[in-house]
Ligand binder design. Structure first.
Ligand code: GN1
Ligand code: MG
Length: 359
């Protein structure tokens, strides 16, 4: 998807003086915001040094207070910068508009710009244990670096984002209000989710004790950049949902996106296999990134988090299907239903593996 011509002009002219020097291309795979790379057509090889940057249109139906995202980003990037060599990764710096603003409202839409890191890849899957170890270690380093910033200093961007009781309430409201065709298509999957009362209780009891941290909250593997040549981790990106949370959510989302043999969109779920070796590497990598700075309860919670994230996100896909696809981008009618079935299968496979591992 590309921006409309008029939009290119309107938006670009807030950030650069000669708009004809730049081209705008879609960037990344986000389901919520629209992200673009603004490339300087003056063909220099190092894009980051050549005035290239990332431009993002924030979905203000999802992020009802976009200013909070921007304020959080400023705080995080300042804090990480102050850490100097202690934080070894590249930092996504907010880029001000020509009039000095970090968020601009253009034709009813909110736009912001960020620095761009060139010569990187963001993988969709991880097949290699060493890379899994590195990826988990990198997300852990990110949270560890932010441990010296108070969790309450960040503004909440989406209320109750990974709150299970709240997601279940929304799920049950969606069931009550769904149209009959969608409800009948979803019926058997709804029953499966509803059968998990024991698991839900375990999570509800756990969160009463867990400490709040600054977490990333969207640790999909494609939210990490790796250097194209050295394949070393280069940056943690997509800080939109970075706020107060639990480490088990971050670890769980990594497992969710690295340990399934198929993507979250794949409807062929009979072929799904849980990658146990990748799971073990993620766990050791994550713990090593904290270098001992993790409480015992948090450590133990990681195994619950690995089951929780496919459960919660599957439940959100199913809720959205029942509501008529109002939240996640979809490209066909059953897309959210397929995603929900996929995530439920992953929840089952992860749970089976974790049970087997404990015995
Ligand atoms: C959304 O937009 P994206 O892809 O970064 C969602 C995440 C889900 C993910 C599922 C703000 O993230 O919570 O895990 O889709 N982000 C929001 O692919 O709802
Ligand atoms: Mg995201």
């Amino acid at each position: 998807m590309a921006m409309n011509r008029w939009r290119d002009e309107d938006v670009l002219s807030c950030f650069v003086t000669v708009t004809s020097d730049y081209v705008v291309k879609p960037l990344g795979q986000g389901l919520i915001n629209q992200t673009f790379l603004v490339e300087n057509v003056d063909n220099n090889t190092d894009k980051s040094a050549n005035g290239c940057f990332v431009l993002q249109c924030l979905n203000h139906l999802v992020f009802t207070q976009p200013q909070n995202i921007v304020d959080n980003n400023i705080l995080i990037s300042k804090h990480l910068t102050q850490l100097g060599r202690e934080y070894p990764l590249a930092i996504m710096m907010p880029k001000a508009s020509l009039s000095g603003e970090f968020l601009v409202l253009i034709n009813g839409e909110y736009w912001r710009a960020l620095s761009y890191v060139d010569n990187c890849i963001s993988p969709q899957t991880i097949d290699d244990k060493a890379q899994a170890h590195q990826a988990a270690q990198t997300f852990a380093q990110f949270s560890k670096a932010l441990a010296s910033l108070s969790a309450t200093s960040l503004k909440p961007v989406i209320d109750k984002f990974h709150d299970l009781p709240d997601r279940l309430l929304k799920f049950s409201n969606a069931i009550s209000n769904a149209d009959s065709t969608r409800l009948s298509h979803a019926q058997s999957l709804i029953k499966q989710y509803q059968l998990q009362a024991n698991f839900i209780q375990i999570v509800n009891e756990l969160v009463l004790e867990l400490p709040q941290r600054i977490t990333h909250n969207d640790t999909k593997i494609n939210n990490l950049l790796f250097d194209k040549n050295s394949l070393q981790p280069k940056a943690v990106i997509d800080l939109d949902t970075c706020m107060s949370g639990y480490l088990m959510h971050d670890f769980g989302d990594m497992v969710r996106t690295c340990c399934s043999s198929i993507s979250e969109d794949d409807a062929n779920i009979d072929g799904m296999v849980f990658k146990a070796d990748i799971f073990e590497s993620l766990l050791t990598g994550y713990l090593s990134g904290f270098d001992g700075n993790i409480e015992e309860l948090e450590h133990n919670s990681l195994l619950i988090g690995a089951r929780l994230m496919p459960f919660i996100i599957g439940c959100r896909f199913l809720t959205d299907y029942l509501m008529g696809d109002v939240y996640f981008s979809t490209s066909y009618e059953l897309h959210n239903l397929d995603r929900a079935a996929n995530q439920y299968k992953l929840f089952q496979l992860t749970s089976d593996y974790i049970t087997k591992r404990a015995s």
